[in-house]
Design a protein around this ligand. Structure first.
Ligand SMILES: Cc1cc2nc3c(=O)[nH]c(=O)nc-3n(C[C@H](O)[C@H](O)[C@H](O)COP(=O)(O)OP(=O)(O)OC[C@H]3O[C@@H](n4cnc5c(N)ncnc54)[C@H](O)[C@@H]3O)c2cc1C
Length: 426
């Protein structure tokens, strides 16, 4: 039996749910397929993603509690406090985003599917014909033949029970065989996750997690013990996938580029890649001949973000200098390469690049700087490259405002900040 849609989205994590939501809001007939079987686990939302959700009308309802914590990092032998993160239970968060897609008009099918030419095949044997397929199956996406793949890594996560009066908080703790993320939700409940080498131990996952917890116990609040539930084991090596030449399937989120959990950037990337895929979908609907441009855009964007995050992660690994000779740290300190994460600090240049403009693809000049190696097309709603040229020819803040309007105010200050390489934060 066959159904028909304009778009089939396979996978209903953040990338797939937001893709379906955006398409339904555009008036497309969308089917989103997801088994609703994601394992119980906690992850950290960045304030930037939370802000986008709120501005876009997707705020989390009360049944998806957000626990705001200060993250303590014990990296490179010193304690840093103060980075904020927002703890959320992933299955509830993902269900909320799928509900938003449903409310916008997407059809939701509970099950699994595989992409087919011209649509998707459901696990029931039913076919859905569609002009476009979005692959949002996460790391289970079809293009597992990665263009780039980091050292084989595994994350073992589990629940902890402990004292009810320990305040909500999170901590990142390195140890000889990897690093540990501890996320206390308050009320005596915490989630712990150890990132380890995938191939070096024959011990069962629960024992590996208990060992990791034991190694870091001195750095964590006292009294927490592993609960009885079986641990959740997830592959977590950085992985960049290829974009199919014919764009018959558009990969988004982890199916396009899966980051190291150390980056804390995965969900933000999932959502931003869904927005980029929506621009591709709209542009192809206007002009089916624009596939080359769209493919170039998706490939370049995936590679830029992947390499930047991988290099930032590598620099964090290298910062743990006292462990540099240990196998886990040595293997990850060399991936993906030795290039700087943020490009040359002093250099600023203009290049032509495919960007999203008014929700569609356009080839424009972008300004490339140390803190924006992926290129910036706009300063507010003004063309950044033109402002930069005018400033380089001597126009100060007042002259820029005269020529481009009040929106140009502050451009020279912004430019000065761009020239300074930003740094990621644990
Ligand atoms: C250990 C670990 C910790 C992490 N911690 C963080 C963090 O703290 N903060 C952060 O921002 N990111 C974190 N990440 C990254 C983040 O989890 C991912 O980047 C993000 O979930 C990607 O979203 P996605 O929608 O692309 O894929 P996923 O969230 O993986 O969603 C894929 C969906 O597709 C479904 N699916 C799979 N196969 C099929 C099929 N055949 N048919 C239909 N549906 C299918 C799955 O059930 C799932 O619902 C972490 C990753 C790991 C591995």
């Amino acid at each position: 039996m066959a159904g028909q849609a304009d778009l089939v989205v396979i996978g209903g994590g953040p990338a797939g749910a937001v893709s379906a939501w955006l398409a339904a809001r555009d008036g497309a007939r969308v089917v989103l397929v997801d088994p609703d079987r994601a394992p119980a686990r906690v992850e950290g939302l960045s304030p930037r993603l939370l802000d986008w959700l709120q501005r876009s009308g997707l705020p989390c309802p009360p049944e998806v509690p957000l626990v705001r914590v200060s993250r303590r990092s014990l990296w490179s032998g010193t304690a840093h406090e103060g980075n904020r993160e927002i703890l959320v239970a992933r299955p509830a968060f993902d269900r909320h985003l799928r509900d938003c897609a449903r409310s916008a008009g997407a059809g939701i099918v509970t099950g699994t599917a595989t992409p087919l030419p011209g649509g998707a095949l459901l696990d029931t044997g039913r076919r859905i014909e569609a002009a476009l397929v979005i692959d949002a199956r996460g790391r289970r996406g079809s293009r597992r033949d990665g263009l780039r793949r980091g050292p084989p890594s595994v994350a073992i996560g589990g629940w902890l029970d402990g004292p009810a009066d320990t305040p909500a908080q999170s901590a990142v703790v390195p140890f000889d065989e990897g690093w540990l993320w501890f996320a206390c939700l308050g009320g005596g409940r915490a989630w712990v996750q150890a990132t380890l080498d995938a191939g070096t131990s024959a011990r069962p996952p629960r024992n590996r997690l208990a060992h990791a917890l034991g190694c870091c116990a001195g750095q964590l609040p006292p009294g927490f013990r592993l609960a009885d539930a079986a641990p959740v084991v997830r592959e977590c090596a950085p992985l960049l996938s290829a974009v199919p030449d014919d764009l018959s399937v558009i990969p988004v989120g982890d199916a396009a580029a899966a980051m190291d959990p150390l980056s804390g950037h995965g969900m933000f990337w999932a959502v931003s890649s869904a927005i980029a895929a929506a621009a591709v979908r709209r542009s192809l609907a206007d002009d089916p001949g624009g596939r080359m441009l769209a493919r170039r855009f998706l490939s370049q964007r995936g590679e830029d973000v992947f390499l930047r995050q991988a290099r930032i992660g590598r620099d964090f690994i290298r910062a743990e200098a006292g462990r540099a000779a240990l196998p886990f740290w040595q293997a990850r300190g060399g991936f993906p390469d030795d290039e700087a994460a943020h490009g040359p600090v002093a250099g600023m240049s203009v290049r032509r690049q495919v960007v999203v403009q008014d929700g569609r693809l356009a080839e424009l000049e972008v300004l490339v700087s140390a803190s924006s190696p992926g290129g910036v097309a706009w300063f507010r709603d003004l063309p950044a490259a033109e402002l930069w040229r005018a400033h380089a020819e001597g126009a100060d803040d007042a002259r820029l405002r005269q020529r481009f309007g009040p929106g140009a105010a502050g451009f020279p200050d912004w430019l000065a900040q761009q020239a300074v390489a930003g740094s990621g934060a644990l």
